[in-house]
Ligand binder design. Structure first.
Ligand code: NAD
Ligand code: MG
Length: 395
């Protein structure tokens, strides 16, 4: 029996994880499930999966969750600290499927105890890559990437010598607006941005796919996870989303990873690692698919990519600031107080201003590994400044 903890169990990745686990009840038992607003689903899944602990990130929902689970013997807790405590409890395999920077502390708790962390929460690596990798080194913990592109790279690297890697190519569908005329982009609505051409995902990552902020986060994530030079991480538009990433070696060989756009593949790979087990995913019929298409990402359509390049070069605390500003801009777009194209403007303006901001924490040198307090402070200040930028730009 392997004990599993699912952080962010009520979301898209969390539900796909529970789907895989529930198909093999003799092999897995659930230690803890965490969620946030959707108490009914959290309680229902905690009972169905016989979890020992159920946690909502939302303090105010403690009594509601407690009531749903009364008489079941399932422990109940609430609040951000309780989510981190759930992550700190011993488990054989923990997946972090929390959305946003809120995923950082739970990730660090799993790593601190030397656990195996299946990482879907890309914000962990963007906000604190060097700190995370230092924690892995110190505790002997394992990170198994769950983002499909990073799982693809991880799989293409199996049995290879990382020093022979020349480049990695992350594919991107191009999102909901890949074929829109550029001048129309500023009119894009939340509803239009919330529908992805190929993948079924949470709303925030779907909108980030349309703006390419998702790919921006992912190239930073790849740089940190696989210790790559920024210039060796490339992005390629591939509208079919069947190749998830490619790794290029110094002899010119490219190893591509293909699969149906179904997150249960990457989750299942991490769940069964280092073995492979049968997964309930579609098998590709390449003869029927016939052709795969590729094109270079357009610079004007996807300003998020250039911003990510800037962050990859600067490193330090810029990833934390970048992600925080992006989250604030996305919240404002969702609240209809910002146009779609203004999200990149807010992030650009925030990064520009933080350069000379005395309140923004500084590192002792370019290569210094940030401490957690500095990462959290960088996140906090960037959110304040991004809020100001939203007020200015959103008028
Ligand atoms: P989602 O919005 O569907 O689910 C998010 C989960 O996080 C929910 O369980 C929610 O209750 C929980 N949550 C929300 N706010 C929280 C907070 N403040 N503290 C603790 N928990 C909180 O998101 P998703 O699409 O499943 O994505 C989860 C993560 O995985 C994101 O980082 C995303 O970028 C990444 N990811 C998702 C996919 C995908 O296919 N959905 C693919 C690759 C990577
Ligand atoms: Mg991805």
């Amino acid at each position: 029996m392997r004990r599993i903890t699912v952080l962010g169990a009520t979301g898209s990745i969390g539900q796909n994880t529970l789907d895989l686990i529930s198909r093999r009840p003799d092999e897995f038992e659930v230690e803890a499930l965490t969620g946030a607003a959707n108490i009914d689903l959290l309680a229902q899944d905690a009972m169905r999966m016989r979890a020992k602990l159920a946690v909502t990130a939302n303090d105010q929902l403690y009594s509601a969750l407690k009531e749903c689970l009364s008489g079941t013997g399932i422990e109940v807790a609430a609040g951000a600290a309780a989510v981190a405590e759930a992550a700190a409890r011993p488990a054989d395999w923990s997946i972090n499927a929390v959305v946003g920077a809120a995923g950082l502390l739970p990730s660090l708790e799993v790593l601190r105890r030397g656990g195996t962390l299946a990482l879907a929460n890309k914000e962990t690596m963007v906000a604190a890559g060097p700190l995370v990798m230092a924690s892995v080194k110190a505790s002997g913990a394992t990170i198994l990437p769950v983002d499909s592109e990073h799982s693809a790279i991880f799989q293409a690297l199996r049995g290879e010598d990382a020093r022979e890697v020349e480049r990695v190519i992350l594919t991107a569908s191009g999102g909901a607006f890949r074929d829109w005329p550029l001048e129309r982009l500023c009119t894009a609505t939340v509803e239009q941005a919330s529908s992805h051409p190929n993948w079924a995902m949470g709303q925030r990552i779907t909108i980030d796919s349309a703006s390419m902020f998702n790919k921006a986060l992912e190239i930073i994530e790849a740089r940190e996870l696989f210790n790559l030079e920024p210039r060796s991480v490339e992005v390629l538009i591939h509208p079919e989303s069947l190749i998830h990433a490619l790794v290029g070696f110094r002899d010119g060989a490219l190893m591509a990873h293909l699969g149906a756009p179904d997150m249960r593949h990457a989750i299942g790979f991490a769940l069964n690692h280092p073995a492979r087990a049968e997964l309930p995913v579609e098998r590709l019929d390449l003869a029927r698919i016939g052709q795969l298409n590729f094109r270079a990402p357009e610079v004007e359509r996807y300003p998020a990519l250039a911003l990510a390049r800037r962050v990859m070069e600067a490193r330090g605390l810029s990833g934390a600031a970048f992600n925080a500003a992006k989250e604030v801009a996305l919240d404002a777009f969702l609240a209809r107080s910002l146009r779609f194209t203004d999200m990149a403007s807010v992030v650009t303006e925030t990064l520009d201003r933080l350069g000379g901001d005395p309140a923004f924490p500084r590192l002792s040198s370019h290569d210094a590994t940030p401490i957690l307090e500095d990462v959290l402070e960088a996140d906090r200040i960037a959110r304040l400044r991004a809020g100001d930028a939203v007020a200015r730009i959103g008028e």
